[in-house]
Design a protein around this ligand. Structure first.
Ligand code: HEM
Length: 149
């Protein structure tokens, strides 16, 4: 189960990344072309939120149940060697990605409350851009990019 979940979590990063880029690009296009806040534009933001939800669920299951790395890390939380995978996955990755998970949903609410279509587009670019940056910065890019086993 651990292997399958880790592979799914690793591959799903690409879905999160593409959904985030799509949300930002459609908002930029809406802003530049003065499009109304409707259809695919608002839909892309929701898809980004959904993609992060799925990733969060897989990550939390790994963190709390399946990952031997974090199980060990939780038991020896003090004194983890700096720069180690134990410290990264045991502390930073889960914590900061949880912030990204909350951030994407708070962003969706703030975007929806924009007073005009242009304001909603602008907020999408800034806020979804911020979420995507947090995710990119906390993704372990040194792990396999397309793992198969
Ligand atoms: C959008 C958010 C996230 C992205 C893009 C992401 C990405 C990744 C990637 C690429 C890996 C490496 C997979 C591999 O080695 O094949 C990984 C591992 C892991 N992630 Fe995430 N992750 C996210 C959110 C989370 C969250 C919210 C948690 C926990 C609450 C979490 C917990 C873990 C754990 C425990 C591991 C693996 C540790 C091990 O090797 O056993 N992730 N993540």
């Amino acid at each position: 189960m651990y292997d399958y979940l880790l592979i799914a979590h690793a591959w799903w990063r690409w879905v999160v990344l593409l959904a985030g880029i799509a949300a930002i690009c459609t908002a930029v296009r809406g802003l530049v072309q003065g499009l109304p806040w409707a259809g695919s534009v608002s839909y892309c933001g929701k898809l980004f939120g959904l993609a992060v939800d799925v990733q969060f669920l897989m990550g939390a299951s790994l963190y709390l149940v399946f990952s031997p790395l974090t199980n060990v890390a939780l038991n020896v939380a003090k004194g983890l060697p700096a720069g180690s995978d134990l410290l990264f996955f045991g502390v930073y990755h889960g914590l900061i990605m949880t912030v990204a998970f909350i951030d994407v949903h708070v962003s969706t609410v703030i975007v929806r409350r924009g007073r005009s279509d242009a304001a909603k587009h602008r907020r999408s670019v800034l806020l979804y851009g911020q979420t995507l940056l947090i995710i990119i910065a906390t993704t372990p890019w040194w792990r396999p990019l397309f793992p198969t086993h």
